[in-house]
Design a protein around this ligand. Structure first.
Ligand code: G6P
Length: 609
């Protein structure tokens, strides 16, 4: 979704802002713009489309200055266009503003402003905030901001440059992230960490309705009443390089190739490698509490929801604990059976997904014990959840989640083992044996990555396919959901995931000559059943690609292509089998010439409902 960056310091801010916008481009956008204090006036440049267009505009009409704000807009109110692009100003040009989020009561405020003579240039809710601030401004930016914020409903992150105070950036937010840092004679704000990494890794996260005043010499913070407050910075241990593409053509390929490392890093945070035991205090339940659980509820969105589906299989199978998984946007407005004190887990890579945050808050209101699986230290979810199981995937830039999904399912797998041990479902020896086996998975993944040309070759022959069905049973069905999402989001090929046994209850009507069916068959105890389902689609003209856990002779007559992952414990196989699925999606998308890292209409961090 939209990206914000603001800078004040001793450098020319234009390259800083452009680098920041480029670092945030992965969030998804359809126009970009800058406002810079140039000598004695606010200068704006805005362009529809890619950041490249804004760069070209800046070549034709350069600008420079020591303070400015920039934005990448993902259209909500008003089509993507130069006029609707941010920054926006009030009629008198007393200020320029960039905004993430949605102002829900913007029409009411707009009518009031029109009745007081304001003339609007764009269709955006953001211009309403600009005009409102201009209307309220009487020479004191902080006062105007406090008043304006008290009138706004909805979600917002705002960075503002006032013409009367041109070396200062004012910021505030509600339900939309903002992160700030002070570097060497410079202060910078952005809507996400990657834009700050070049300047500082000690950052402060804004909380709802707080106000930040950025100056070259430092950052002042105020609460919503204008009372000065102190904030302690959080240290981010991501390095600058980890958020760069390096020699890879796409971030997505880089991030898939980082999966063995992500595996080891996350594993070692929760497992003591010297004796292959779980670091049991890293999990948010002790033995008595783990034994007291009757049910665990998991809520999340998108890929994180699919991680929850696989987590359910792990936890139910190993820990004998019932798990309910729900989509956050459904949970937040639906009826709930949750009771006071019940365990409730959200999963989120970014920690900023609006629906997941709302679900977490609802569970807290209901008195649940809240926990989160999260990748970003300091994010809203990591701050608000009762306890956090961090994933150690590092920054993920491609819109399509890959290594973060892997890290989530690793943490869920380890949580299942820990619950199993504490609930008396598995002995210490059995857990240790499983952890030893698990430590071999990264090497098995590496083998797949070293032979990825096989997958590339398959994709080069299959990219014209119109429909792909991913089928599986048990854990493989949960995996199929993520495999199908990966393919459709980056290649735009229609794909569906089906429980293999359910296909014949309707969806098999869609199978025709040339359909591709990917049969995930890593669970030996279910292979005979899978063989029948594969045969059902093969005889109806589908090309069947089977993914197996080690060799499976029985697949031969029923499938046209077979990919084997190295043989491992059945429960571990899904952790490895996701890699060829992500590679298949990647290569099909590349073959089709799709913009792999920034697929159309999608955003990395969905901070609106
Ligand atoms: C968006 C992203 C997905 C992601 C989902 C949930 O839709 O495009 O990749 O899975 O949001 O995001 P979260 O940050 O909460 O995991």
């Amino acid at each position: 979704m939209c990206g914000i960056v603001g800078y004040t310091g001793d450098k020319n801010c234009v390259p800083v802002l452009m680098n920041g916008l480029t670092a945030l481009a992965y969030r998804g956008y359809d126009s970009a713009g800058l406002a810079v204090w140039e000598g004695d006036s606010l200068t704006l440049r805005k362009a529809k489309g890619k950041i490249e267009n804004l760069k070209n505009l800046l070549k034709e009409s350069p600008m420079s200055g020591k303070s400015g704000i920039g934005h990448t807009r993902w259209a909500t109110h008003g089509e993507p266009s130069d006029i609707n692009a941010h920054p926006h100003t009030d009629t008198k040009k007393t200020l320029a503003i960039v905004h993430n989020g949605i102002i829900e009561n913007y029409l009411k405020i707009k009518e009031m402003l029109i009745s007081h003579g304001c003339v609007f240039a764009s269709e955006t809710d953001t211009e309403v905030v600009a005009q409102l601030l201009g209307y309220l401004y009487r020479g004191n930016p902080l006062e105007a901001l406090k008043q304006a914020v008290s009138m706004l409903e909805g979600s917002f992150a705002l960075a503002i440059l006032f013409a009367d105070d041109p070396k200062t950036i004012y910021c505030t937010c509600k339900d939309s992230p903002m992160v700030l840092g002070h570097g060497d004679n410079e202060s910078i704000v952005a809507s996400d960490i990657p834009a700050l990494l070049e300047y500082t890794r000690d950052v402060c996260f804004m909380q709802d309705r707080q106000i930040a005043v950025l100056k070259q010499s430092g950052i002042e913070f105020y609460d919503e009443f204008g009372v000065s407050i102190q904030k302690t910075p959080t240290h981010i241990d991501w390095d600058v390089e980890s958020a760069k593409k390096g020699n890879y053509e796409h971030f997505m390929m880089k991030e898939i190739c980082e999966e063995p490392d992500t595996f080891r890093r996350t594993f070692e945070q929760y497992v003591s490698i010297k004796d292959y035991t779980l670091k049991s205090d890293r999990f948010p339940w002790n033995t008595a509490r783990a034994k007291s659980f009757d049910r665990l509820t998991i809520v999340s969105c998108g890929t994180a929801y699919h991680a929850g589906m696989l987590g359910k299989k792990f936890i139910e199978h190993m820990a004998n604990l019932r798990v309910d998984v729900e989509i956050a946007s459904e949970f937040r407005y639906g009826d709930t059976m949750l009771k006071n004190g019940e365990p409730f887990l959200v999963i989120s890579q970014s920690g900023e997904t609006a629906d997941t945050i709302a679900a977490l808050r609802r569970a807290k209101e209901l008195g649940c014990e809240t926990m989160a699986v999260c990748n970003v230290t300091g994010s809203t979810i990591s701050r608000e959840a009762g306890s956090v199981l961090y994933t150690y995937a590092g920054p993920e830039i491609a819109v399509a989640a890959t290594k973060s999904y892997l890290a989530q399912i690793i943490v869920l797998y380890l949580s299942a083992l820990d619950l199993a041990q504490k609930r008396g479902e598995m002995s210490q020896e059995a857990v240790t044996a499983r952890l030893k086996e698990m430590s071999r998975v990264p090497a098995a993944m590496q083998k797949i990555l070293d032979n990825k040309e096989q997958i590339q070759f398959f994709a080069s022959r299959s990219f014209a396919v119109k429909h792909v069905f991913f089928i599986g049973r048990g854990m493989d069905y949960a995996l199929a959901m993520e495999a199908a999402l990966k393919l459709k989001e980056i290649s735009y090929i229609h794909s569906e995931a089906y429980a293999a046994g359910e296909l014949k209850h309707g969806t098999i009507a869609l199978i025709e000559d040339g359909s591709l069916v990917v049969a995930l068959a890593t669970q030996p105890q279910l292979q005979a059943k899978m063989a029948s389902n594969m045969e059902e689609v093969r005889v109806r003209g589908a090309h069947v690609l089977t993914v197996t856990n080690g060799p499976w002779e029985g697949a031969k007559g029923h499938s046209h292509t077979q990919w084997e992952i190295e043989q491992m414990d059945d429960t571990l196989a899904p952790l490895c089998a996701i890699v060829p699925m992500q590679l298949l999606a990647y290569y099909l998308a590349v073959q089709k010439g799709c913009p792999v890292d920034q697929p159309r209409n999608l955003a990395k961090s969905v901070t609106v409902e």
